[in-house]
Design a protein around this ligand. Structure first.
Ligand code: PLP
Length: 452
């Protein structure tokens, strides 16, 4: 029967996967990946007919949802015209995408170096900063993720760096603002911004301003907590960079291309970096693509001297065609406007209410369609519901929360003691409310573990 055939297919997917696919970040014998049969819009489903509303947008890349007809059509069209061409030729869709990215990035950006994803974007941005300044050192934040290649994992300020050390002796970490767990005991956003800037200024002084090529930061810290910088912080960092001739690199891999209702998140913060790294949302990950948006000044440093870097698939036509289609969909469907509207009208009031109704909710924060709900055992002490970097039995409370979400048809994003709300930007208002209701109900599981 059809049902048995389906089960047979699922068994084959599972067997091939468990037998032969070596998975990211995992102890291979401890995982049981869900076989996914398909997806459409904000949902995907398994072979048993279970449908999940994707509150994680896969890895926060699926901004336009699954199987968006315009993206699929653009890739199909491009595949029939010219499926690939190597980077040293000029290509129409590659050029058009670069121009459109530079147009929305604004002054002083002029050029785009395309990569295969976010890690190699950061890798190459750092290389550009080092070569254009003639300096070697790079400052990056604790509580950050910048990717899995050698420089990118060294920049990373979370436990994924630890097993890869010694990483890069030229990279130094500093604390960014995080009001809920302030490194300085600050109690207001203004104070947090001020203290974080004073700290960074000291780090620059002690490391030697003249040795520092770049400061790399996620404009809004993504996986490590949806940490929206307090007003004034990014302007302060920009001023320190200007004073000392340091290149400011904004990692917009997770928050760029609409996640917070802006083309780039820095645009809501009144600052302009020197280099922007992007990936994920540029084409929703339909074909791997990332890149570095380069200011005119830094681009000119490589006018007469060769840039020593390249990738076989830099500016891949299938990926760029999906990127151009992304721009068309954003404009036609008012994606940035709808993200801001759904964020402020639906998500923000809902999660703010959870602070009152759920004893396990310690903090909520975010913008657009990107929010963190931080879970605690005790709202007084702010003791996290699970320890930093918890795994296995230690992480059981978060697993119980996730399982309650999944049973009710929502696939949540989890990191340490937090769940993040990051649905596709095309999610309907009904779907969004349904997903929030499911999470609201699942929080009763974690409430049972909190002091109240
Ligand atoms: N930078 C940020 C902020 C990210 O969130 C990620 C991925 O999650 C990366 C860089 C790395 O991107 P990729 O996995 O495409 O290499």
């Amino acid at each position: 029967t059809a049902q048995q055939a389906m089960t047979g297919q699922e068994a084959r997917v599972r067997a091939d996967d468990r037998g032969h696919v070596f998975h990211s970040w995992s102890a291979q014998a401890t995982i049981d990946p869900l076989p996914v049969e398909g997806g459409a819009g904000s949902e995907f489903w398994d072979y048993e007919g279970n449908r999940y509303l994707d509150f994680s947008s896969q890895l926060v890349n699926l901004n336009l949802g699954h199987q968006h007809p315009d993206l699929v059509a653009a890739i199909e069209r491009q595949a029939r015209r010219l499926a690939t061409v190597q980077p040293s030729f000029a290509n129409d869709v590659r050029g058009e995408l670069a121009r459109r990215i530079v147009e929305v990035a604004g002054e002083p950006f002029e050029k785009v170096f395309f990569t295969n994803g976010g890690a190699d974007a950061n890798e190459n941005a750092v290389r550009m900063a080092r070569l254009s300044t003639g300096r070697r050192k790079v400052l990056a934040m604790y509580r950050s993720y910048h990717g899995n290649t050698s420089t990118a994992i060294a920049l990373t300020g979370d436990p994924r760096r630890w097993p890869n050390e010694p990483a890069d002796p030229g990279i130094v970490h500093f604390f960014g603002p995080y009001l809920y767990r302030s490194a300085w005991g600050a109690t207001t956003p203004e104070e947090e911004a001020e203290r974080a800037l004073a700290h960074l200024e000291q780090v620059i002084m002690l490391e030697g301003a003249s040795t520092i090529a770049a400061i790399v930061l996620e404009t809004i810290v993504g996986t490590n907590g949806v940490l929206v910088p307090p007003p004034g912080y990014l302007q302060g960092v920009r001023a320190l960079c200007d004073r000392h001739g340091i290149v400011l690199i904004a990692d917009e891999v997770m928050v760029g291309f609409g996640r917070v209702g802006e083309w780039f998140a820095f645009q809501a913060h009144g600052v302009v970096p020197d280099l922007i790294t992007f990936a994920k949302g540029v084409n929703s990950g339909y074909v791997p693509l990332g890149g570095v948006v380069i200011s005119g000044d830094i681009a000119r440093a490589f006018d007469q001297r060769a840039f020593p870097g390249g990738l076989t698939y830099s500016g891949h036509p299938l990926a760029c065609a999906a990127g151009v289609a992304t721009f068309e969909v954003f404009a036609r469907d008012g994606i940035l406007e709808r993200v801001r509207d759904l964020g402020t009208r639906v998500v923000e009031p809902t999660v703010t209410r959870w602070l009152e109704t759920h004893p396990s909710v310690g903090d909520v924060r975010g913008a657009g369609l990107f929010w963190a709900v931080e879970l605690v055992r005790d709202r007084e002490t702010r003791e996290p519901l699970v320890p930093f970097n918890a795994s296995g039995a230690d992480a059981a409370p978060m697993a119980a929360f996730a399982s309650a979400c999944k049973k009710a048809g929502v696939w949540p994003f989890l990191h340490f003691n937090r769940t993040h709300l990051a649905p596709p930007l095309v999610i309907t208002e009904d779907e969004l409310r349904r997903g929030l209701d499911v999470i609201d109900a699942a929080l009763e599981v974690t409430d049972g573990l909190a002091l109240g």
